[in-house]
Design a protein around this ligand. Structure first.
Ligand SMILES: *Cc1c(COP(=O)(O)O)cnc(C)c1O
Length: 216
């Protein structure tokens, strides 16, 4: 199957799932996670109509961003080291992985303003990135004090589960806490294996790699 075929199948699927819960598919942004895939593969996806792409490493993303059209909206979805946060803010439109005051201090020095999402460690897993829900209110305040961050909402990756259905309580919990982000409307949750459940639970951004580009 070509990338265009896979994209068509995914879009059909998104429409079906949205219809099943009475949501407008326009409310779901498909972020094509292109990490490890080439500029040519991204261009093929661009030509098929995609405009939102996600990358998880700055060094890998910079040459891709330079080589590809300017109307792409780049989303940073990887672990964000503070010493790279300023450069990430200048290269990416959206950062999904805000989790520490030191990142925010660095982004504050950037020239550009980003749309930001706070990453939540939704199942309270040790060694997992993201903040715990108990720390959310305090970190929201940190973000709100930074002019360079337009705080949009929450993101989670979630635990490894056997069945996508097992993710539902976690996605639901993320949605329930969105009200703690003033004016927050974005929920970045769901990947190739669990985007249906995420959409049913209110995802506004699904981050899909494998289902579009193939196995990494
Ligand atoms: C790689 C990655 C994805 C995409 O995962 P797939 O299973 O390939 O769809 C989504 N979100 C994040 C944060 C990732 O690192």
């Amino acid at each position: 199957m070509s990338l265009a075929d896979r994209l068509r199948a995914l879009r059909d699927r998104i429409e079906q799932v949205c219809a099943s819960v009475d949501r407008d598919p326009q409310g779901v942004t498909l972020v094509a996670v292109s990490k490890t895939f080439s500029v040519d593969a991204i261009r093929e996806a661009y030509d098929a109509g995609l405009r939102h792409f996600g990358e998880s490493r700055l060094q890998e993303a910079e040459p891709k961003i330079a080589a590809l059209p300017d109307d792409i909206v780049w989303h940073f979805v990887g672990k964000l080291q503070s010493n790279k946060a300023r450069r990430v803010a200048s290269q990416f439109s959206v950062v999904h992985t805000l989790e520490s005051p030191s990142q925010i201090r660095e982004i504050a020095k950037a020239e550009a303003t980003i749309d930001g999402l706070i990453e939540i460690n939704i199942a309270d897993e040790p060694q997992k990135s993201g903040i715990r829900l108990a720390a959310l209110d305090e970190f929201v305040q940190e973000c709100l004090h930074c002019d360079r961050v337009r705080l949009r909402g929450l993101m989670t990756i979630g635990p490894q589960v056997q069945n996508a259905e097992d993710m539902r309580p976690y996605f639901r919990k993320l949605r329930e806490r969105l009200s703690e982000v003033p004016k927050g409307t974005w929920l970045s949750m769901g990947m190739s294996s669990d985007s249906d459940v995420a959409i049913q639970e209110g995802a506004t951004h699904i981050r899909v790699g494998t289902a579009l580009f193939g196995v990494r």
